[in-house]
Design a protein around this ligand. Sequence first.
Ligand code: ZN
Length: 293
Amino acid sequence: MTDLQFDRSFEVTPGTAVQVSPLVRRVLVNNPSPYTFKGTSTFIVGSGQVAVIDPGPDDAVHLAALLDAVRGETVTHILVTHSHADHSPLARRLKAVTGAKTLAYGTVEAPSSSGLRLDASIDHDFAPDMTLAEGDVVNGPSWTLEALFTPGHMSNHMCFALQEEQALFAGDHVMAWATSVIAPPDGDMGQYFASLRKLLERDDHVYHPGHGPSKRDPLPLVRSYLAHRRMREEAIRARVAQGARSVGEIVASVYADVDPKLHAAAALSTTAHLDHLVAQGKLRKVDGIYEAT
Ligand SMILES: [Zn+2]
């Protein structure tokens, strides 16, 4: 199952602001891992009066790098795509230093019951000053950001469209370097499919994801992710129909092409697919065991 073409060309020095387009700068956090790739990307939008998107983990070195990058400028808004621990925690300290308001969809209700600690675990303390809804617009003198609600990777995930550049800050919804981890109970595969389809109705020219390189002409990638997820889901349904009962058994065969280091994440995505199959009536769950219908 090697139908996807990932782009892992991303040689970026952490802590140094890089201009990625006329209105956008990126500052990479020094938090590389199998789940964050080279690290989390923080974006600075505009100049003079700027918005910061995804401040990153609570990291004093990254805070200093961000403040250095915006020296002489005013941070007016801090936007957060979702409250995973590698995206939102530094919002508190950045807000304390700059006085900017934090904006995001909102907090999450679901407990993280999986017991698995991924780098992308939930920042339960995150609570934005202002909640954003689908279509809400945040302005600066030279930029306009529109909120797009894209749950799936996380229940409070938003992308932000920069209207002046037909660019989309895609968070962890769509990334060019790898597929997104969908970790139940907060991650939801049905929502994820719907949020991918939502992007197909748009005309964004470039995505700036939360990890890895930007992606120009992104819609073929979105289509390939949808096709890839459908294929995985069908393979998982078929394994259950053939008698596989445990998630581990399914992962070993369906994700044989994936680095074993990522099998914990694959197990979470498999559970998300199994729940989605049950929701569609393609499997049933009896006493915690998935069965063919
Ligand atoms: Zn995430």
